[in-house]
Design a protein around this ligand. Sequence first.
Ligand code: CAO
Length: 534
Amino acid sequence: MAIQTIKVPDIGGAEGVEVIEISVKVGDVIAEGDSIVVLETDKASMEIPADKAGKVAAIKVKLGDKVSQDSLLLEVEAEGAVAAAETPAPAAAPAPATAAPVSTAAAPAAATEVQMVVPDIGGAEGVEVIEISVKAGDEVAAGDSLIVLETDKASMEIPAEAAGKIVSLAVKVGDKLSQGSVIGLLATSGGAAVAAPASAPAKVEGAPSATPAPKTEAPQAAPAPVADVAQTGDVYAGPAVRKLARQLGVDMGKVPGTGPRGRLLKDDVRSYVKPIVIAAQSGAPLGGGSGIPRVPAIDFAKFGEIETIKMSKVKKITADNMTRNWLNVPHVTQWDDADITDLEAFRNGLKAEAEKRGSKLTPLPFIMKACAAALIAEPSFNVSLHHDGENIVQKKYVHIGIAVDTPNGLMVPVIRNVDKKGLWELTDEINAIAKKARDGKLLPADMQGGCFTISSLGASGGNGFTPIVNAPEVAILGVSRAQMKPVWNGKEFIPRNMLPLSLSYDHRAINGADAGRFFTHLTAVIADVRRLLL
Ligand code: CAO
Protein backbone atom coordinates (compact mmCIF):
# COMPACT_ATOMS: atom_id res chain seq x y z
CA MET A 1 0.00 0.00 0.00
CA ALA A 2 1.46 3.32 -1.04
CA ILE A 3 1.18 6.30 1.25
CA GLN A 4 -0.24 9.37 -0.44
CA THR A 5 -0.73 12.86 0.91
CA ILE A 6 -3.73 15.15 0.86
CA LYS A 7 -2.97 18.84 0.87
CA VAL A 8 -5.02 22.02 1.07
CA PRO A 9 -6.26 22.78 -2.46
CA ASP A 10 -6.70 26.22 -4.04
CA ILE A 11 -8.71 28.19 -1.47
CA GLY A 12 -8.93 31.40 -3.40
CA GLY A 13 -5.62 32.77 -2.15
CA ALA A 14 -6.63 32.75 1.54
CA GLU A 15 -3.59 32.39 3.82
CA GLY A 16 -3.28 31.16 7.40
CA VAL A 17 -6.84 29.82 7.54
CA GLU A 18 -7.82 28.14 10.80
CA VAL A 19 -8.66 24.46 11.06
CA ILE A 20 -11.92 24.40 13.04
CA GLU A 21 -12.98 20.81 12.57
CA ILE A 22 -11.29 17.54 11.71
CA SER A 23 -13.88 15.18 10.31
CA VAL A 24 -11.77 11.99 10.13
CA LYS A 25 -9.57 9.94 12.42
CA VAL A 26 -6.65 7.62 11.85
CA GLY A 27 -7.93 4.30 10.53
CA ASP A 28 -11.01 5.78 8.82
CA VAL A 29 -11.55 4.65 5.27
CA ILE A 30 -12.44 7.65 3.15
CA ALA A 31 -13.76 8.02 -0.35
CA GLU A 32 -12.86 10.76 -2.78
CA GLY A 33 -15.01 13.78 -2.01
CA ASP A 34 -15.51 12.95 1.70
CA SER A 35 -15.10 15.97 3.92
CA ILE A 36 -11.83 15.71 5.86
CA VAL A 37 -11.37 19.07 7.57
CA VAL A 38 -13.24 22.35 7.89
CA LEU A 39 -11.33 25.61 7.55
CA GLU A 40 -12.64 28.97 8.59
CA THR A 41 -11.59 32.55 7.95
CA ASP A 42 -13.30 35.42 9.75
CA LYS A 43 -15.74 35.63 6.81
CA ALA A 44 -16.49 32.11 5.72
CA SER A 45 -15.81 28.44 6.21
CA MET A 46 -15.35 25.52 3.90
CA GLU A 47 -15.14 21.81 4.04
CA ILE A 48 -12.08 20.37 2.34
CA PRO A 49 -12.94 17.16 0.54
CA ALA A 50 -10.50 14.28 0.08
CA ASP A 51 -9.00 14.19 -3.39
CA LYS A 52 -7.93 10.57 -2.85
CA ALA A 53 -9.61 7.50 -1.45
CA GLY A 54 -7.96 5.27 1.11
CA LYS A 55 -7.35 4.61 4.77
CA VAL A 56 -6.25 7.54 6.92
CA ALA A 57 -2.69 6.75 8.06
CA ALA A 58 -1.85 10.05 9.76
CA ILE A 59 -3.45 13.42 10.40
CA LYS A 60 -0.95 16.21 9.93
CA VAL A 61 -2.99 19.08 11.39
CA LYS A 62 -4.73 19.76 14.65
CA LEU A 63 -7.57 22.07 15.62
CA GLY A 64 -6.49 25.70 15.62
CA ASP A 65 -3.65 25.19 13.12
CA LYS A 66 -3.35 27.84 10.43
CA VAL A 67 -3.03 26.47 6.90
CA SER A 68 -2.75 27.78 3.33
CA GLN A 69 -2.80 26.22 -0.12
CA ASP A 70 -0.57 23.10 -0.24
CA SER A 71 -0.33 22.69 3.55
CA LEU A 72 -0.21 18.98 4.35
CA LEU A 73 -3.45 17.65 5.85
CA LEU A 74 -3.47 13.86 5.75
CA GLU A 75 -1.51 10.79 4.78
CA VAL A 76 -3.64 8.01 3.35
CA GLU A 77 -2.88 4.46 2.40
CA ALA A 78 -4.20 4.26 -1.13
CA GLU A 79 -6.53 1.36 -1.73
CA GLY A 80 -5.74 -1.65 -3.93
CA ALA A 81 -4.34 -1.34 -7.41
CA VAL A 82 -4.98 2.35 -7.65
CA ALA A 83 -2.12 2.97 -5.23
CA ALA A 84 0.08 4.81 -7.65
CA ALA A 85 2.62 7.55 -7.67
CA GLU A 86 1.39 10.61 -5.94
CA THR A 87 -0.24 13.20 -8.12
CA PRO A 88 -0.13 16.63 -6.56
CA ALA A 89 -3.01 18.07 -8.58
CA PRO A 90 -5.80 19.05 -6.15
CA ALA A 91 -8.57 17.41 -8.15
CA ALA A 92 -11.20 17.87 -5.47
CA ALA A 93 -10.70 21.53 -4.83
CA PRO A 94 -13.91 22.99 -3.45
CA ALA A 95 -15.94 24.46 -6.26
CA PRO A 96 -16.36 27.98 -4.94
CA ALA A 97 -12.66 28.27 -4.17
CA THR A 98 -11.89 28.06 -7.87
CA ALA A 99 -14.52 30.60 -8.75
CA ALA A 100 -13.11 34.02 -9.24
CA PRO A 101 -15.40 36.36 -7.33
CA VAL A 102 -17.36 38.36 -9.81
CA SER A 103 -20.13 40.89 -10.04
CA THR A 104 -23.61 39.76 -9.14
CA ALA A 105 -25.15 42.58 -11.12
CA ALA A 106 -26.17 42.79 -14.74
CA ALA A 107 -27.36 45.54 -17.03
CA PRO A 108 -29.76 47.91 -15.33
CA ALA A 109 -33.45 47.36 -16.05
CA ALA A 110 -34.30 50.99 -15.30
CA ALA A 111 -32.40 54.05 -14.17
CA THR A 112 -31.91 52.71 -10.63
CA GLU A 113 -33.16 49.15 -11.00
CA VAL A 114 -30.68 46.41 -11.77
CA GLN A 115 -31.04 42.71 -12.29
CA MET A 116 -29.39 40.55 -9.68
CA VAL A 117 -27.84 37.55 -11.39
CA VAL A 118 -25.87 34.50 -10.38
CA PRO A 119 -22.16 35.27 -10.75
CA ASP A 120 -19.38 32.88 -11.83
CA ILE A 121 -19.86 29.82 -9.60
CA GLY A 122 -16.92 27.83 -10.84
CA GLY A 123 -18.71 26.49 -13.88
CA ALA A 124 -21.32 24.60 -11.88
CA GLU A 125 -24.60 24.24 -13.80
CA GLY A 126 -28.15 23.74 -12.59
CA VAL A 127 -27.28 24.39 -8.94
CA GLU A 128 -30.20 24.13 -6.56
CA VAL A 129 -31.54 27.08 -4.59
CA ILE A 130 -31.81 25.79 -1.03
CA GLU A 131 -32.61 29.00 0.79
CA ILE A 132 -33.92 32.45 -0.04
CA SER A 133 -32.71 34.96 2.49
CA VAL A 134 -34.66 38.04 1.35
CA LYS A 135 -38.11 38.99 0.15
CA ALA A 136 -39.53 41.76 -2.02
CA GLY A 137 -39.44 45.03 -0.14
CA ASP A 138 -36.39 44.11 1.99
CA GLU A 139 -33.60 46.64 2.25
CA VAL A 140 -30.23 44.99 1.71
CA ALA A 141 -26.69 46.19 2.18
CA ALA A 142 -23.91 45.26 -0.22
CA GLY A 143 -22.73 41.84 0.82
CA ASP A 144 -26.01 40.73 2.41
CA SER A 145 -26.90 37.20 1.45
CA LEU A 146 -29.66 36.96 -1.19
CA ILE A 147 -29.90 33.21 -1.76
CA VAL A 148 -28.00 30.04 -0.94
CA LEU A 149 -27.09 27.58 -3.69
CA GLU A 150 -26.00 24.05 -3.04
CA THR A 151 -24.23 21.48 -5.18
CA ASP A 152 -23.40 17.93 -4.03
CA LYS A 153 -20.18 19.20 -2.57
CA ALA A 154 -20.67 22.72 -1.44
CA SER A 155 -23.13 25.43 -0.68
CA MET A 156 -22.56 29.11 -1.16
CA GLU A 157 -24.28 32.32 -0.36
CA ILE A 158 -24.86 34.72 -3.22
CA PRO A 159 -24.58 38.22 -1.79
CA ALA A 160 -26.06 41.48 -3.03
CA GLU A 161 -23.52 43.44 -5.00
CA ALA A 162 -24.95 46.77 -3.93
CA ALA A 163 -27.19 48.25 -1.29
CA GLY A 164 -30.82 48.78 -2.22
CA LYS A 165 -34.37 47.52 -1.98
CA ILE A 166 -35.45 44.18 -3.39
CA VAL A 167 -38.10 44.96 -6.01
CA SER A 168 -38.92 41.38 -6.94
CA LEU A 169 -37.51 37.90 -6.84
CA ALA A 170 -37.48 35.57 -9.84
CA VAL A 171 -36.43 32.41 -8.00
CA LYS A 172 -37.85 29.99 -5.49
CA VAL A 173 -36.42 27.21 -3.36
CA GLY A 174 -35.68 24.18 -5.54
CA ASP A 175 -34.98 26.16 -8.72
CA LYS A 176 -31.83 25.15 -10.56
CA LEU A 177 -29.56 28.07 -11.45
CA SER A 178 -26.33 28.62 -13.36
CA GLN A 179 -24.09 31.60 -13.99
CA GLY A 180 -26.16 34.47 -15.34
CA SER A 181 -29.53 33.19 -14.07
CA VAL A 182 -31.68 36.11 -12.93
CA ILE A 183 -32.31 36.20 -9.18
CA GLY A 184 -34.51 39.28 -9.22
CA LEU A 185 -34.61 43.06 -9.42
CA LEU A 186 -32.87 45.44 -7.05
CA ALA A 187 -33.61 49.16 -6.77
CA THR A 188 -30.16 50.39 -5.90
CA SER A 189 -29.55 53.28 -3.58
CA GLY A 190 -26.48 54.31 -5.54
CA GLY A 191 -27.74 53.70 -9.08
CA ALA A 192 -25.21 53.01 -11.79
CA ALA A 193 -22.38 51.70 -9.63
CA VAL A 194 -23.53 48.12 -10.06
CA ALA A 195 -24.24 48.19 -13.76
CA ALA A 196 -22.08 45.47 -15.28
CA PRO A 197 -22.80 42.67 -17.69
CA ALA A 198 -23.64 39.37 -16.05
CA SER A 199 -20.87 37.64 -17.92
CA ALA A 200 -18.18 39.94 -16.59
CA PRO A 201 -15.49 37.70 -15.16
CA ALA A 202 -14.66 39.98 -12.28
CA LYS A 203 -15.29 43.49 -11.19
CA VAL A 204 -13.73 46.01 -8.89
CA GLU A 205 -16.12 47.39 -6.28
CA GLY A 206 -17.68 50.61 -7.47
CA ALA A 207 -16.06 50.50 -10.91
CA PRO A 208 -18.55 51.68 -13.52
CA SER A 209 -17.51 49.12 -16.11
CA ALA A 210 -16.73 45.43 -16.11
CA THR A 211 -13.02 45.73 -15.49
CA PRO A 212 -11.55 42.25 -15.03
CA ALA A 213 -9.64 42.06 -11.78
CA PRO A 214 -7.46 39.44 -10.16
CA LYS A 215 -8.93 37.50 -7.24
CA THR A 216 -7.06 39.58 -4.71
CA GLU A 217 -8.97 42.66 -5.83
CA ALA A 218 -12.29 40.93 -5.49
CA PRO A 219 -15.21 43.17 -4.63
CA GLN A 220 -16.52 42.81 -1.09
CA ALA A 221 -19.90 41.80 -2.35
CA ALA A 222 -18.70 38.92 -4.50
CA PRO A 223 -19.70 35.47 -3.29
CA ALA A 224 -17.43 34.61 -0.43
CA PRO A 225 -14.71 32.62 -2.18
CA VAL A 226 -14.66 29.91 0.44
CA ALA A 227 -18.29 30.08 1.47
CA ASP A 228 -18.87 26.37 1.76
CA VAL A 229 -20.63 26.89 5.04
CA ALA A 230 -23.67 29.07 4.79
CA GLN A 231 -25.00 31.19 7.61
CA THR A 232 -28.47 31.91 6.48
CA GLY A 233 -31.44 32.87 8.56
CA ASP A 234 -30.91 31.19 11.90
CA VAL A 235 -28.88 28.27 10.59
CA TYR A 236 -25.12 28.10 10.26
CA ALA A 237 -24.17 24.79 8.71
CA GLY A 238 -22.06 23.18 6.04
CA PRO A 239 -23.32 21.29 3.01
CA ALA A 240 -22.73 17.83 4.42
CA VAL A 241 -24.76 18.70 7.51
CA ARG A 242 -27.50 20.28 5.41
CA LYS A 243 -27.64 17.16 3.28
CA LEU A 244 -27.87 14.89 6.33
CA ALA A 245 -30.63 17.09 7.81
CA ARG A 246 -32.55 16.98 4.53
CA GLN A 247 -32.17 13.21 4.26
CA LEU A 248 -33.55 12.80 7.78
CA GLY A 249 -36.28 15.40 7.30
CA VAL A 250 -34.87 17.54 10.12
CA ASP A 251 -35.78 21.23 10.35
CA MET A 252 -32.31 22.63 11.02
CA GLY A 253 -33.78 25.73 12.67
CA LYS A 254 -34.83 23.54 15.58
CA VAL A 255 -31.43 21.96 16.18
CA PRO A 256 -29.05 23.78 18.52
CA GLY A 257 -25.57 24.02 16.94
CA THR A 258 -22.65 23.16 19.21
CA GLY A 259 -19.79 23.91 16.80
CA PRO A 260 -17.68 27.06 16.85
CA ARG A 261 -19.93 30.16 16.73
CA GLY A 262 -22.99 27.95 16.94
CA ARG A 263 -22.20 26.02 13.76
CA LEU A 264 -24.44 23.01 13.29
CA LEU A 265 -22.54 19.71 13.26
CA LYS A 266 -23.58 16.30 11.99
CA ASP A 267 -23.56 15.09 15.60
CA ASP A 268 -26.05 17.85 16.51
CA VAL A 269 -28.44 16.54 13.87
CA ARG A 270 -27.93 12.96 15.07
CA SER A 271 -28.43 13.90 18.74
CA TYR A 272 -31.64 15.69 17.78
CA VAL A 273 -32.99 12.73 15.84
CA LYS A 274 -31.94 9.93 18.21
CA PRO A 275 -34.46 10.50 21.04
CA ILE A 276 -37.25 10.92 18.47
CA VAL A 277 -36.38 7.57 16.92
CA ILE A 278 -36.10 5.93 20.33
CA ALA A 279 -39.49 7.33 21.35
CA ALA A 280 -41.04 6.16 18.09
CA GLN A 281 -39.55 2.68 18.47
CA SER A 282 -40.77 2.40 22.04
CA GLY A 283 -44.28 3.06 20.83
CA ALA A 284 -44.70 6.51 22.38
CA PRO A 285 -46.93 8.60 20.14
CA LEU A 286 -45.06 11.51 18.55
CA GLY A 287 -46.24 15.07 18.40
CA GLY A 288 -48.32 15.05 21.56
CA GLY A 289 -45.26 15.41 23.80
CA SER A 290 -44.28 12.33 25.83
CA GLY A 291 -47.53 10.60 25.09
CA ILE A 292 -49.67 13.46 26.43
CA PRO A 293 -52.89 13.72 24.42
CA ARG A 294 -53.10 16.77 22.18
CA VAL A 295 -55.41 19.66 23.01
CA PRO A 296 -58.34 19.14 20.62
CA ALA A 297 -58.77 21.54 17.68
CA ILE A 298 -61.65 23.93 18.41
CA ASP A 299 -63.60 26.10 15.99
CA PHE A 300 -63.63 29.28 18.11
CA ALA A 301 -65.63 31.15 15.46
CA LYS A 302 -68.66 29.22 16.75
CA PHE A 303 -68.52 31.31 19.92
CA GLY A 304 -67.94 34.81 18.52
CA GLU A 305 -65.82 36.91 16.23
CA ILE A 306 -62.18 35.85 15.95
CA GLU A 307 -59.07 36.74 13.99
CA THR A 308 -56.31 34.23 13.22
CA ILE A 309 -52.86 35.82 13.46
CA LYS A 310 -49.76 34.12 12.13
CA MET A 311 -47.18 33.41 14.82
CA SER A 312 -43.75 34.96 14.26
CA LYS A 313 -40.82 32.61 13.79
CA VAL A 314 -39.46 33.63 17.19
CA LYS A 315 -42.80 32.86 18.87
CA LYS A 316 -42.91 29.42 17.23
CA ILE A 317 -39.35 28.61 18.31
CA THR A 318 -40.14 29.88 21.82
CA ALA A 319 -43.26 27.72 21.94
CA ASP A 320 -41.25 24.64 20.93
CA ASN A 321 -38.51 25.42 23.44
CA MET A 322 -40.98 26.02 26.27
CA THR A 323 -42.79 22.75 25.56
CA ARG A 324 -39.49 20.87 25.34
CA ASN A 325 -38.18 22.38 28.57
CA TRP A 326 -41.44 22.04 30.48
CA LEU A 327 -41.79 18.38 29.52
CA ASN A 328 -38.15 17.38 29.90
CA VAL A 329 -37.11 19.22 33.04
CA PRO A 330 -38.48 18.21 36.46
CA HIS A 331 -38.93 21.73 37.82
CA VAL A 332 -38.87 22.95 41.38
CA THR A 333 -39.43 26.64 42.12
CA GLN A 334 -38.21 28.21 45.35
CA TRP A 335 -39.08 31.75 46.51
CA ASP A 336 -37.35 34.39 48.55
CA ASP A 337 -37.25 38.16 49.00
CA ALA A 338 -33.97 40.07 48.79
CA ASP A 339 -33.61 43.30 50.73
CA ILE A 340 -32.54 45.92 48.14
CA THR A 341 -32.89 48.98 50.39
CA ASP A 342 -29.13 49.61 50.51
CA LEU A 343 -28.63 48.57 46.88
CA GLU A 344 -31.25 51.13 45.83
CA ALA A 345 -29.57 53.84 47.91
CA PHE A 346 -26.26 53.02 46.21
CA ARG A 347 -27.92 52.92 42.76
CA ASN A 348 -29.70 56.26 43.33
CA GLY A 349 -26.34 57.73 44.36
CA LEU A 350 -24.95 56.66 40.98
CA LYS A 351 -27.82 58.12 38.93
CA ALA A 352 -26.07 61.40 38.14
CA GLU A 353 -22.94 59.53 37.07
CA ALA A 354 -25.07 57.22 34.92
CA GLU A 355 -26.73 60.20 33.25
CA LYS A 356 -23.34 61.76 32.60
CA ARG A 357 -22.29 58.55 30.83
CA GLY A 358 -25.53 58.61 28.86
CA SER A 359 -26.84 55.38 30.38
CA LYS A 360 -29.51 54.30 32.86
CA LEU A 361 -28.55 52.11 35.79
CA THR A 362 -31.36 49.70 36.71
CA PRO A 363 -31.26 46.96 39.37
CA LEU A 364 -30.58 44.34 36.67
CA PRO A 365 -26.75 44.63 36.43
CA PHE A 366 -26.53 44.38 40.24
CA ILE A 367 -28.69 41.24 40.15
CA MET A 368 -26.52 39.81 37.38
CA LYS A 369 -23.36 40.38 39.39
CA ALA A 370 -24.98 38.77 42.43
CA CYS A 371 -26.04 35.77 40.32
CA ALA A 372 -22.50 35.43 38.95
CA ALA A 373 -21.14 35.42 42.51
CA ALA A 374 -23.75 32.83 43.58
CA LEU A 375 -22.93 30.62 40.55
CA ILE A 376 -19.28 30.65 41.59
CA ALA A 377 -20.08 30.02 45.27
CA GLU A 378 -22.54 27.22 44.42
CA PRO A 379 -21.12 25.57 41.27
CA SER A 380 -23.85 22.91 41.20
CA PHE A 381 -25.92 25.62 39.48
CA ASN A 382 -23.31 26.16 36.76
CA VAL A 383 -23.71 22.77 35.07
CA SER A 384 -25.54 21.05 32.23
CA LEU A 385 -26.61 17.45 32.11
CA HIS A 386 -24.59 15.67 29.44
CA HIS A 387 -26.79 14.26 26.68
CA ASP A 388 -25.29 10.79 27.27
CA GLY A 389 -27.21 10.69 30.56
CA GLU A 390 -24.00 9.57 32.31
CA ASN A 391 -22.19 12.82 33.03
CA ILE A 392 -22.56 16.36 34.25
CA VAL A 393 -20.75 19.19 32.48
CA GLN A 394 -19.29 21.63 35.01
CA LYS A 395 -18.75 25.04 33.46
CA LYS A 396 -15.78 27.17 34.46
CA TYR A 397 -17.16 30.33 32.82
CA VAL A 398 -20.06 32.52 33.89
CA HIS A 399 -22.26 33.55 30.96
CA ILE A 400 -25.75 34.77 31.88
CA GLY A 401 -28.76 35.09 29.57
CA ILE A 402 -31.36 37.81 30.04
CA ALA A 403 -34.91 37.39 28.81
CA VAL A 404 -35.79 40.34 26.59
CA ASP A 405 -39.31 41.14 25.53
CA THR A 406 -39.27 42.09 21.81
CA PRO A 407 -42.03 42.89 19.31
CA ASN A 408 -41.35 39.47 17.74
CA GLY A 409 -41.45 37.57 21.01
CA LEU A 410 -39.15 36.52 23.81
CA MET A 411 -35.40 36.38 23.08
CA VAL A 412 -32.63 35.41 25.48
CA PRO A 413 -29.29 37.00 24.53
CA VAL A 414 -26.31 35.97 26.61
CA ILE A 415 -23.83 38.26 28.34
CA ARG A 416 -20.43 36.62 28.67
CA ASN A 417 -18.06 36.52 31.63
CA VAL A 418 -20.40 38.48 33.91
CA ASP A 419 -18.16 37.69 36.89
CA LYS A 420 -15.32 39.64 35.29
CA LYS A 421 -17.28 42.75 34.30
CA GLY A 422 -18.13 45.92 36.17
CA LEU A 423 -21.58 47.48 36.56
CA TRP A 424 -21.08 50.09 33.86
CA GLU A 425 -19.79 47.55 31.37
CA LEU A 426 -22.76 45.29 32.12
CA THR A 427 -25.18 48.22 31.81
CA ASP A 428 -23.77 49.09 28.39
CA GLU A 429 -23.88 45.46 27.26
CA ILE A 430 -27.46 44.94 28.47
CA ASN A 431 -28.59 48.08 26.66
CA ALA A 432 -26.76 47.14 23.46
CA ILE A 433 -27.91 43.53 23.37
CA ALA A 434 -31.52 44.38 24.35
CA LYS A 435 -31.60 46.92 21.49
CA LYS A 436 -30.14 44.35 19.11
CA ALA A 437 -32.85 41.90 20.24
CA ARG A 438 -35.65 44.44 19.80
CA ASP A 439 -34.31 45.37 16.36
CA GLY A 440 -34.43 41.68 15.41
CA LYS A 441 -30.68 41.64 14.80
CA LEU A 442 -29.49 38.99 17.24
CA LEU A 443 -27.29 36.30 15.74
CA PRO A 444 -27.59 32.68 16.87
CA ALA A 445 -24.21 33.05 18.59
CA ASP A 446 -25.58 35.94 20.70
CA MET A 447 -28.06 33.51 22.27
CA GLN A 448 -25.78 30.56 22.88
CA GLY A 449 -23.47 29.52 25.66
CA GLY A 450 -25.57 30.69 28.61
CA CYS A 451 -25.03 29.08 32.05
CA PHE A 452 -28.06 30.61 33.76
CA THR A 453 -30.91 32.95 32.82
CA ILE A 454 -32.51 35.95 34.48
CA SER A 455 -36.07 36.82 33.58
CA SER A 456 -36.88 40.24 34.97
CA LEU A 457 -40.49 41.34 35.06
CA GLY A 458 -39.69 43.94 37.70
CA ALA A 459 -40.61 46.85 35.49
CA SER A 460 -44.04 45.43 34.69
CA GLY A 461 -45.19 44.30 38.13
CA GLY A 462 -46.35 41.16 39.87
CA ASN A 463 -45.40 39.48 43.13
CA GLY A 464 -43.83 36.41 41.61
CA PHE A 465 -43.94 33.83 38.83
CA THR A 466 -42.50 30.42 38.03
CA PRO A 467 -39.93 30.83 35.26
CA ILE A 468 -39.26 27.83 33.01
CA VAL A 469 -35.67 26.55 33.01
CA ASN A 470 -33.89 27.38 29.74
CA ALA A 471 -32.35 23.92 29.10
CA PRO A 472 -29.59 22.84 28.79
CA GLU A 473 -29.10 25.34 31.61
CA VAL A 474 -30.33 23.99 34.94
CA ALA A 475 -31.67 27.10 36.66
CA ILE A 476 -33.37 30.42 36.02
CA LEU A 477 -34.11 33.39 38.27
CA GLY A 478 -37.42 35.23 38.03
CA VAL A 479 -37.34 38.82 39.28
CA SER A 480 -40.60 40.54 40.21
CA ARG A 481 -41.44 44.08 41.27
CA ALA A 482 -39.70 45.42 44.38
CA GLN A 483 -41.91 47.07 46.98
CA MET A 484 -41.67 48.48 50.47
CA LYS A 485 -42.68 45.91 53.07
CA PRO A 486 -42.70 45.86 56.86
CA VAL A 487 -39.84 43.62 57.96
CA TRP A 488 -39.48 42.38 61.56
CA ASN A 489 -35.97 43.10 62.89
CA GLY A 490 -36.47 41.27 66.20
CA LYS A 491 -37.87 44.29 68.01
CA GLU A 492 -40.07 46.10 65.57
CA PHE A 493 -41.33 46.22 61.99
CA ILE A 494 -39.20 48.47 59.83
CA PRO A 495 -39.90 49.50 56.21
CA ARG A 496 -37.53 47.75 53.79
CA ASN A 497 -37.51 47.66 49.99
CA MET A 498 -37.98 43.96 49.20
CA LEU A 499 -37.34 42.32 45.84
CA PRO A 500 -39.33 39.10 45.21
CA LEU A 501 -37.22 36.39 43.57
CA SER A 502 -38.27 32.99 42.24
CA LEU A 503 -35.66 30.39 41.43
CA SER A 504 -36.67 27.47 39.20
CA TYR A 505 -34.22 24.61 38.84
CA ASP A 506 -33.82 21.19 37.28
CA HIS A 507 -34.22 18.76 40.15
CA ARG A 508 -32.10 16.15 38.34
CA ALA A 509 -29.04 18.40 38.64
CA ILE A 510 -29.80 20.43 41.75
CA ASN A 511 -31.31 19.43 45.07
CA GLY A 512 -33.13 21.60 47.57
CA ALA A 513 -30.07 22.04 49.82
CA ASP A 514 -27.99 23.32 46.86
CA ALA A 515 -30.80 25.72 46.02
CA GLY A 516 -31.03 26.90 49.63
CA ARG A 517 -27.30 27.72 49.63
CA PHE A 518 -27.51 29.45 46.24
CA PHE A 519 -30.44 31.58 47.38
CA THR A 520 -28.78 32.45 50.71
CA HIS A 521 -25.64 33.61 48.90
CA LEU A 522 -27.63 35.48 46.25
CA THR A 523 -29.86 37.38 48.68
CA ALA A 524 -26.90 38.17 50.95
CA VAL A 525 -24.97 39.74 48.06
CA ILE A 526 -28.02 41.67 46.83
CA ALA A 527 -28.66 42.94 50.38
CA ASP A 528 -25.08 44.13 50.69
CA VAL A 529 -23.29 44.51 47.36
CA ARG A 530 -20.01 45.15 49.17
CA ARG A 531 -19.92 41.35 49.46
CA LEU A 532 -19.06 41.27 45.75
CA LEU A 533 -15.59 42.41 46.83
CA LEU A 534 -15.06 39.45 49.18
N1 CAO B 1 -38.57 46.30 40.78
C1 CAO B 1 -38.92 47.60 40.64
N2 CAO B 1 -38.53 48.35 39.59
C2 CAO B 1 -37.76 47.77 38.66
C3 CAO B 1 -37.36 46.44 38.75
C4 CAO B 1 -37.79 45.70 39.88
N3 CAO B 1 -37.46 44.42 40.06
N4 CAO B 1 -36.61 46.14 37.69
C5 CAO B 1 -36.55 47.25 36.92
N5 CAO B 1 -37.24 48.23 37.52
C6 CAO B 1 -37.42 49.59 37.04
C7 CAO B 1 -36.12 50.15 36.51
O1 CAO B 1 -35.31 50.67 37.55
C8 CAO B 1 -36.62 51.20 35.59
O2 CAO B 1 -37.08 52.30 36.36
P1 CAO B 1 -36.48 53.77 36.20
O3 CAO B 1 -36.67 54.10 34.74
O4 CAO B 1 -37.30 54.57 37.13
O5 CAO B 1 -35.05 53.66 36.61
C9 CAO B 1 -37.85 50.57 34.97
O6 CAO B 1 -38.24 49.55 35.89
C10 CAO B 1 -37.67 50.00 33.58
O7 CAO B 1 -36.60 49.10 33.55
P2 CAO B 1 -36.19 48.41 32.16
O8 CAO B 1 -37.12 47.33 31.83
O9 CAO B 1 -36.02 49.48 31.14
O10 CAO B 1 -34.72 47.85 32.42
P3 CAO B 1 -34.24 46.52 33.13
O11 CAO B 1 -32.77 46.68 33.23
O12 CAO B 1 -34.94 46.25 34.39
O13 CAO B 1 -34.60 45.35 32.12
C11 CAO B 1 -34.75 44.10 30.12
C12 CAO B 1 -34.02 45.21 30.87
C13 CAO B 1 -34.11 43.98 28.76
C14 CAO B 1 -34.59 42.79 30.84
C15 CAO B 1 -36.24 44.44 30.03
O14 CAO B 1 -36.40 45.61 29.29
C16 CAO B 1 -37.14 43.37 29.49
O15 CAO B 1 -37.23 43.13 28.28
N6 CAO B 1 -37.88 42.70 30.40
C17 CAO B 1 -38.86 41.68 30.03
C18 CAO B 1 -38.34 40.31 30.25
C19 CAO B 1 -39.44 39.30 30.10
O16 CAO B 1 -40.38 39.45 29.33
N7 CAO B 1 -39.37 38.23 30.89
C20 CAO B 1 -40.40 37.27 30.92
C21 CAO B 1 -39.91 35.99 30.45
S1 CAO B 1 -41.02 34.69 30.80
O17 CAO B 1 -42.28 35.02 29.88
